[in-house]
Ligand binder design. Structure first.
Ligand SMILES: O=C(O)C(=O)C[C@]1(C(=O)O)C=C[C@@H](O)C=C1
Length: 428
């Protein structure tokens, strides 16, 4: 995995990108391919349709073939009316007879049909897959990105939301984001963002998280007055910090954006009274000393991350798949959850996760306590929820399709967030 060279992506960068019309940060189009200025495959332009892009690839392979066979025929540049930068790669000898032919109709020179590997960003552009994660180098999310996509270019982002936007705006090809931890529970922010954005879950990866207590070289545990880290990391180590390391009286806990960022902050500011909870890699990167290793409250501390992409993957049945859905209902139906769960249970579909979040657009419903007609007994405020469910089946399976069409009947909103291969590797 390669670390990104461009620095951390902040929301300012994303906003700037949305406003910007210049293409300074633009990823170069495939070798030799010239696109009109209005259609460049840029970091910050997502309007360039895939079909246009594919035909550009065909033109590119046409150019290669034509270059080989028509050495003596100069390639003529033809404007397409859109922009003078466009090059229609038509040998001049052909233009009169058949201006639609991109190259001589000789089977030896026919362009090779595009294969699925051509469509993979890794193989096609010769660039590694760009994977956005929240945090700075040394964060566990960076390690998860490397586990999910071993040869990727990991792109650090300031917040979770920025990682979502990086994919939506083509700054990155994928995002890898934590959704739950075996000790700390769900990372609610990412559940909310999954709903707000239109990305698809295309995979999951489970990572063993081994926390270290880091301090500046030479600092002793007794000198510490503060421990800083990501809130999840603090909660995963609280028992050990208090009971085994005896860091409670007079030692404050402070939450920061990510674990490695905490280590970087202590190092950069030379804070001798502050320790960070972060990875051993963060200690190495920021020149910190490991005061205690493996300080998570349980050795089996595993965080589950999801991989997100602009396009869904095609669900299959050749290996264990998981599907993630989110749903809501607009009637005061207390039995809704029971009905949804039965749709899965009757089909022997195992649920692997259930989560509820407040319905932000309508968080409260006022109801009459004794039925619709009787207002005399007063009213009560019920909280409204959205439910997230992960189940162990692929959307390619009929039983999963039937379960969802049944669920659709008694919910007001249902969305499949993704159907993707289950991570069945031992978490490392
Ligand atoms: O701060 C990091 O290093 C992260 O990658 C974030 C995060 C999280 O959000 O849960 C990821 C894994 C660990 O559970 C602790 C923190």
């Amino acid at each position: 995995m390669a670390a990104a060279t461009g620095g951390i992506i902040s929301s300012d960068v994303i906003n700037q990108a949305l406003k910007s019309t210049d293409n300074n940060h633009e990823r170069k189009p495939p070798m030799g391919l010239q696109l009109p200025a209005t259609k460049r495959l840029g970091f910050f332009r997502c309007s360039y349709a895939r079909t246009n892009w594919l035909s550009s690839c065909a033109i590119l392979s046409g150019r290669v073939a034509a270059d080989h066979s028509e050495k003596s025929s100069p390639i003529t540049s033809v404007e397409d009316g859109d922009s003078s930068e466009t090059q229609q790669l038509v040998p001049s000898s052909q233009q009169e007879s058949s201006s639609l032919d991109l190259m001589p109709m000789n089977s030896r020179n026919l362009p090779r049909p595009l294969t699925i590997t051509d469509l993979s960003p890794v193989a096609m552009h010769g660039f590694p897959l760009r994977v956005a994660y929240q945090g700075v180098p040394g964060a566990y999310s960076e390690a998860a990105a490397g586990k999910a996509y071993p040869d990727c270019e990991a792109i650090p982002c300031e917040q979770f939301e920025v990682a979502f936007e990086a994919v939506e705006l083509w700054v990155a090809d994928r995002a890898v984001l934590p959704v739950e931890n075996s000790l700390g529970g769900s990372i609610h922010r990412n559940y909310d963002l999954l709903l707000r954005h239109r990305l698809h879950i295309v995979g999951e990866v489970k990572l063993s998280v081994r926390h270290c207590l880091l301090a500046l070289p030479g600092v002793k545990k007794e000198e510490l007055r503060r421990v800083i880290s990501h809130p999840q990391a603090l909660s995963q180590c609280e028992h050990t910090l208090t009971n085994e390391l005896e860091l409670s009286a007079g030692v404050a806990r402070e939450a920061v954006d990510d674990t490695a960022g905490a280590a970087e902050y202590v190092a950069q500011n030379g804070l001798r009274d502050t320790a960070a909870i972060a990875s051993a890699r963060a200690a190495e990167l920021y020149g910190m000393n490991i005061l205690a290793d493996g300080i998570q409250d349980d050795s089996g501390n595993v965080t589950r991350f999801v991989m997100l992409a602009r396009e869904p993957i095609i669900p299959k049945t050749d290996r264990p798949f998981k599907t993630s859905i989110v749903f809501a209902h607009d009637k005061d139906g207390t039995s809704i959850l029971f009905k949804v769960l039965s749709s899965f249970a009757f089909r022997d579909i195992q649920l692997t996760k259930i989560e509820s979040r407040p319905q932000r657009n309508r968080p409260i419903r006022v109801v009459n306590v004794n039925g619709d007609d009787d207002v005399n007994l007063g009213t009560a405020k019920h909280f409204e929820y959205i439910f997230y469910i992960d189940f162990a089946a692929s959307m390619a399976e009929v039983r999963a399709q039937n379960a969802l069409s049944e669920i659709q009947e008694f919910t007001s909103f249902l969305r499949v967030l993704g159907s993707y291969p289950m991570d069945i590797s031992p978490s490392d």
